[in-house]
Design a protein around this ligand. Structure first.
Ligand code: ZN
Ligand code: ZN
Length: 173
């Protein structure tokens, strides 16, 4: 790759040479804003704050945890404030709702590769986003054969992460 300066119209492409680190919260937030602009929606300050909290947490958060954190910034924040923002962020594909732990997690790969499996640690709420198109197609066929229509694009799997598994072993006599 050459070090020539890129023309302006390349800024919207994946040439983030001057932007923040690809995995930093600042970068992911910029990606989210761009994502919404492209879809004609708007990441309002409240929605942005909820997303930032999830990105900074690095794990899934429950509604009450988000509400408490939001109250630091918006003292009048009520549960619907948080739930409305969460609904929007799920709709935009920026976060995932996790039924396994009744919580929400920031999508780690909004503009990148498609993922269809979410492995959730039921102990600490850590999430891994995996791509398994073959398995997903098989699953979809089986669900259809059983007379159902799949309503979510991701399959959630309950598991325990290695860290939590090791901790449990240590505390078990
Ligand atoms: Zn995701
Ligand atoms: Zn864990």
């Amino acid at each position: 790759m050459t070090s020539r300066t890129l023309p302006d119209h390349d800024h919207l492409q994946h040439t983030h040479s001057h932007a923040a680190h690809p995995h930093s919260v600042a970068y992911q937030l910029l990606e989210a804003i761009r994502h919404c602009e492209q879809r004609g929606t708007r990441l309002t300050p409240i929605r942005q704050h909820v997303l930032t909290l999830l990105l900074e947490a690095g794990r899934s958060l429950k509604a009450y945890e988000l509400l408490e954190a939001m109250k630091q910034l918006y003292p009048q924040a009520k549960p619907p404030t948080v739930y409305r923002a969460l609904d929007f962020l799920v709709e935009e594909g920026l976060i995932h709702r996790l039924d396994a732990v009744n919580a929400w997690t920031a999508c780690q790969d909004v503009s990148g590769h498609h993922h269809d499996l979410l492995v959730v640690c039921t102990c600490c709420g850590k999430v891994a986003e995996l791509s398994a198109p073959l398995i997903s197609h098989q699953l979809q066929d089986m669900i259809q054969a059983a007379g159902f229509v799949q309503t979510t694009s991701e399959t959630e799997l309950r598991a325990i992460c290695i860290d939590c598994s090791n901790k449990q072993e240590q505390t078990t006599p």
